[in-house]
Design a protein around this ligand. Structure first.
Ligand code: ADP
Ligand code: MG
Length: 292
């Protein structure tokens, strides 16, 4: 039988937007040493908008956006949605792409009008040893310095353009980090995004431990590494986060997240408010403080 005390706390949690899928997860929560947050969509709203487009000589913004949107039409990623929305907003005609492939943690590619078009992160530029137009370097630095994520649009090995995407730090995130720190819990952040963007967000929130440019397959490894020094709660929203949520001692999905993340988590924060993590720890401690 389910002990009455945890039935009550489960109901209490639900009232506060904390959905307990696995009762053990709520009980374990009181022993957590580290909370590892995913950045995009968890500490930030994840609803990115196109902030800037830069193009190589002889290219137009419309051409670059149209190619990028053709590729991204088949992707579910927030970056893809923002690019498709921007193309639609500008009334740019978007061709139908074939052979779409997601490059996990790196970008996406497809064939558009017989050309291989890619929309990718800086990592891919570095891995392929591609050279950026000189004019991009300063724009990229400025965008990254304001916390914007940058993706590059390629036709084969040729860099056609650069798209900067602005994301917003959730107004509740700062308090969420402070509440946890005040409880003596270590706070860390994990992201597939670049070191520049990760550092910018972490600085806004006073987070000192940052893992950036982590590929989807490596997120669970970061959890494992942190588990060597304590018990870890992982908070995330994305498909990419599912293995890390499952690996953590307590997996917490935020409500606006994907079904896969929610499935892998023991606890779901219905409101997408990261302050719910501290409330949940408090609820856990209050429930199991005394042996009942
Ligand atoms: P996270 O969810 O931690 O921000 P992801 O693993 O989803 O990271 O993505 C990491 C990086 O890979 C993104 O910041 C972006 O540069 C690139 N990326 C992933 N998917 C896409 C996509 N569909 N289009 C463009 N870039 C992408
Ligand atoms: Mg994510």
């Amino acid at each position: 039988a389910i002990p009455l005390v945890s039935q009550i706390s489960t109901a209490l949690g639900a009232k506060n937007g904390i959905l307990v899928k696995n009762r053990l997860a709520l009980e374990e929560a009181r022993t957590i040493d580290v909370v590892l947050f995913d950045k995009t969509g968890t500490l930030t709203t994840g609803s990115q908008g196109v902030a800037a487009v830069a193009v190589a000589d002889g290219r137009t913004e419309e051409e670059v956006l149209a190619l990028a949107a053709s590729v991204e039409a088949s992707s579910e990623h927030p970056i893809a949605r923002a690019i498709v929305a921007e193309a639609a907003e500008r009334g740019v005609p978007v061709a139908k792409a074939t052979g779409f492939a997601a490059l996990a943690g790196r970008g996406a590619q497809a064939t558009v009008d017989g050309r291989e078009v890619l929309v990718v992160s800086q990592r891919v530029i570095t891995e392929r040893g591609l050279v950026l137009p000189v004019s991009f370097v300063q724009s990229a630095r400025d965008l990254a310095g304001s916390g914007a994520t940058i993706v590059y649009v390629l036709s084969g090995d040729e860099v056609l353009g650069m798209i900067g995407l602005a994301d917003t730090v959730r107004p509740e995130s700062l308090e969420a980090v402070r509440d946890l720190t005040a409880r003596g819990v270590r706070v860390a952040m994990l992201t597939g995004d670049s070191h520049e963007v990760a550092t910018w967000v972490a600085r806004q929130l006073g987070i000192e431990e940052v893992f950036a440019q982590v590929l989807p397959g490596e997120k669970a490894d970061v959890v494992r590494r942190l588990q060597q020094s304590g018990r870890v709660a992982m908070v995330g929203d994305g498909i990419n986060d599912a293995p890390a949520l499952a690996q953590a001692d307590v997996g917490i999905a935020i409500g606006a997240g994907t079904d896969v993340a929610i499935e892998s988590a023991g606890i779901v924060l219905a409101s997408s408010d990261p302050r719910g993590v501290a409330s949940m720890l408090a609820l856990s401690k209050a429930t199991w403080r005394k042996e009942v």
